[in-house]
Design a protein around this ligand. Structure first.
Ligand code: ADP
Length: 375
């Protein structure tokens, strides 16, 4: 019956040597270490025994009739189950050529003659343990890989769902707001004050929902392949972003300064989205003073470290992680409008660029948002 290491209580060692005395001595030494031993008198017999019994470790003499140890070792390596089984070659003393050849043929290790029996036993025990550890490791790696694939699959399904749902919500929402606007226009003089106020609430709700849907769409688009990672001139992207924010910057009397900015592997559109979200927040959450924002960049080891520093209301340290989670906001919509999606978009973009993002801040002392991108 074919058995293997997983179903076997006592590990099995195949000893291949054409000298019966040597086989006996090796057997006795290995059996003391609580292994079961099977024997083969040449390379061909060794292969038959290997196929039939699938040993956990092979101890094989180099010189044997019919098929030598080198050839048998190479054959074992070509078998589906032979790739990772430890093969310990027994070579002549200082026979460098044989030792080299043995490794070329896929041997795991070697022992020289005359054999030191205590060392041989340790060798076999060690090789067995190492190979079991390897088997366990590759099993858990395979398991992890499968889990990661399942996760990626369900993530992309979820993203697809979020995208389709958000996209399809736009149309009915458009109808709600256009007909409400039409209602307000057509019945302008026939509606009482309450009705006008209620219509205002409907339109305001619809506008907030439109913003929410747009942000959700932006969030679910971040992972798509239509935004290839390529050299991105951050200085140029910042200039375009500031150009787009010109009106807000002027209206709020914002002062923006920046360090010389590098070119990194990223994506123009997503880098713009990232800077824009951080800048808009830095302006929105301003304090008493006119907003002053500085965009920094410095080389830190293998990364570029960027920062967007403001002089606004700041954030209590206990909220430093929470704000990057979707829909998490520290203020009511009445105080500061927003959807709570901006920073989760930033996090998703920085993750995609292979970096990380965090905030350092304290209430009343402004905030510094940091993110890294591999250089
Ligand atoms: P939104 O701005 O739409 O509320 P974000 O995800 O961009 O959503 O930000 C989440 C929360 O983090 C904000 O509601 C605010 O409480 C806090 N925050 C973000 N940026 C700043 C900043 N520059 N200064 C102070 N608080 C900030």
């Amino acid at each position: 019956m074919m058995t293997n290491a997983d179903s076997r209580a006592v590990p099995l060692v195949l000893v291949a040597d054409d000298d019966p005395t040597m086989r006996l001595l090796i057997r006795e030494s290995i059996e003391q270490a609580e292994f079961t031993v099977i024997e083969a008198a040449d390379g061909r017999q060794a292969l038959d025994a290997f196929d039939c019994r699938r040993p956990d470790v092979v101890v094989m003499d180099v010189k044997m009739p019919e098929m030598d140890g080198f050839t048998a070792c190479r054959e074992i390596r070509q078998r589906p189950f032979g790739e990772h089984i430890p093969v310990l070659m027994v070579t002549g003393l200082d026979d460098l050529e044989s030792i080299n050849r043995a490794f070329e043929m896929g041997a795991t290790d070697f022992v020289c003659k005359p054999i030191n029996w205590a060392v041989l036993t340790h060798h076999v025990r060690y090789l067995y343990r190492a190979s079991r550890a390897m088997v366990d490791l590759s099993a858990s790696q395979a398991n992890l890989k499968q889990k990661a694939e399942q996760l990626a699959h369900s993530n992309s399904e979820l993203e697809q769902f979020a995208y389709v749902a958000s996209h399809d919500l736009q149309e009915p929402l458009r109808m709600v707001s256009s007909y409400t606007q039409m209602l307000a226009k057509r019945y302008k003089d026939k509606l009482d004050g309450d009705a006008e106020e209620f219509i205002g609430y409907v339109l305001d709700g619809a506008a907030r929902m439109r913003q929410l849907i747009q942000d959700l769409l932006t969030y679910s688009r971040v992972g798509t392949a239509q935004a290839p990672l390529e050299p991105t001139d951050v200085a140029q992207v910042l200039a375009i972003t500031l150009g787009d924010l010109e009106f807000t910057i002027q209206a709020n009397g914002v002062k923006v300064t920046h360090d010389p900015l590098p070119t990194v592997v990223a994506n123009d559109g997503q880098m713009k989205q990232l800077l824009q979200n951080l800048l808009v927040n830095a302006i929105k959450f301003h304090g008493e003073r006119a907003p002053a924002i500085h965009i920094g960049a410095e080389r830190k080891g293998a990364d570029w470290l960027f920062s967007v520093r403001d002089n606004g209301i700041g954030i209590a340290p206990e909220y430093a992680e929470r704000i990057f989670v979707m829909f998490q906001r520290l203020h009511s919509g009445g105080e500061y409008p927003g959807t709570g999606i901006g920073l989760s978009i930033c996090k998703k973009i920085v993750d995609r660029f292979g970096g990380r993002i965090w905030v350092e801040s304290e209430p009343g002392n402004g905030s510094a948002f940091y993110f890294t991108i591999p250089a």
